[in-house]
Design a protein around this ligand. Sequence first.
Ligand code: 9UX
Length: 72
Amino acid sequence: LKDEMAFDVGGMTCAACATNIERALKKLDGVSNASVNFPMSTARAEYDPDKVSAADMLKAIEEIGYTASVKK
Ligand code: 9UX
């Protein structure tokens, strides 16, 4: 089972920040892919909702110093 979710991300100040966030998301069990758009300040993740939640992904982004919210 695979689902997709998009986030608004705050606090990215250089393009390498996007790579940091992609790495943090992909490290979570249940996240199969993640990509961050630095100029748009957005992120998207492919994940298994049985293994990982939106809250888990937001926490992973916030733990490394950025802000995040689920994109409406
Ligand atoms: Mo760039 Mo982002 O030097 O955490 S990687 S500001």
